[in-house]
Write a protein that binds this ligand. Structure first.
Ligand SMILES: [Zn+2]
Length: 301
């Protein structure tokens, strides 16, 4: 049986003066619930069924392109060759948009993990995929993934997929093309980095403030929305520090509710835009935004 590509993987949304394009690098379909740090698999399955989702979960892997004032900014850059045949579409999608990798001016990394940072560097040549980009990332991401003591405590798979791949991917940029931050701070005009550590030691969200709307691109604040909004304390095996990740998740979710912030997420179902509300059955819920059927520059309708 043939498999057909079902979704185009490109979706534009105007957020004030920011032209934000969600890019679907691919997806991961899981065979069981072992990706969660929670043994109550009936509870996890019930969360998915309540939202009529596939169980065990299928997770989208998204990145975002942000264009304004002559800049072309990637928020994360896809998974390159490391996540298997269902992933790694980002460079093709840029081509579809008429963009060359050389056109990317900045890359905002939410964290260094294969599905977010493995698109930085060509695995065959070791050359930068984005030769003109300045990479912005929390300094703890560099410090942690280059820490040999932390690596020595990791499993063999973590050593290979997180530490080795992370070092390989970021290294070509370390000679002058990486700008780090260590607190909530402005990284580009109108764009603020908000550290939300736990999932990884320097995991960060990015907040885009436009005239009439605020967008948070929240990285891996949530991997499986149906589960982790209902139960924000449920962690993932990918977390470096699960309790800290849960505290950050709660902080971000509450802020999204109180400030009515538009959300974009790397593992929200593509295209991933929506808003957070207090839940009725669970603690929070994700209200996916309706698709804008037409797009004119400067306005989504
Ligand atoms: Zn991820």
């Amino acid at each position: 049986m043939s498999t057909f590509r079902q979704i185009p993987g490109i979706y534009h949304r105007q957020v004030g003066h920011f032209l934000v394009t969600a890019l679907c690098d691919g997806y991961m379909a899981y065979e069981n619930f072992d990706i969660f740090r929670d043994d109550d698999h009936d509870k996890l399955a019930a969360c998915l069924r309540a939202e009529t989702r596939v169980t065990p979960p299928v997770i989208s892997i998204n990145a975002f392109l942000v264009r304004y004032d002559g800049r072309a900014i990637l928020v994360d850059c896809g998974s390159g060759d490391i996540m298997g045949p269902t992933c790694g579409r980002l460079l093709d999608l840029l081509k579809c948009l008429g963009l060359n990798p050389q056109d990317i001016t900045d890359i905002l990394l939410t964290h260094i993990h294969p599905d977010h940072s493995n698109g930085l560097t060509d695995p065959k040549t070791g050359d930068k995929n984005f030769p003109n980009a300045l990479v912005h990332v929390h300094q703890e991401e560099i410090r942690h993934w280059f820490n040999d003591e932390a690596k020595a405590q990791a499993t063999e798979r973590q050593k290979r997929v997180y530490f080795d791949a992370g070092r390989f991917q970021i290294s070509p940029y370390l000679n002058g093309s990486v700008q780090t931050f260590d607190r909530e701070s402005k990284v580009l005009p109108g764009i603020t980095a908000l550290p939300s550590t736990g999932h990884t030691p320097g995991h960060s969200c990015y907040i885009l403030r436009a005239e009439d709307e605020t967008l948070i691109i929240w990285g891996d604040t949530v991997h499986v929305p149906e589960v982790q909004l209902a139960y924000p304390d449920v962690g993932m095996i990918f977390d470096t520090d699960t309790p800290a990740a849960a505290r950050s998740r709660r902080m971000i979710l509450q802020r999204c509710v109180v400030e009515n912030i538009l959300v974009g997420g790397m593992h929200n179902h593509f295209p991933g835009f929506g808003r957070i509300r207090q839940g009725t059955a669970g603690e929070y819920r994700f209200i996916a935004e309706q698709w804008y059927h037409a797009f004119h520059h400067g306005q989504s309708v």
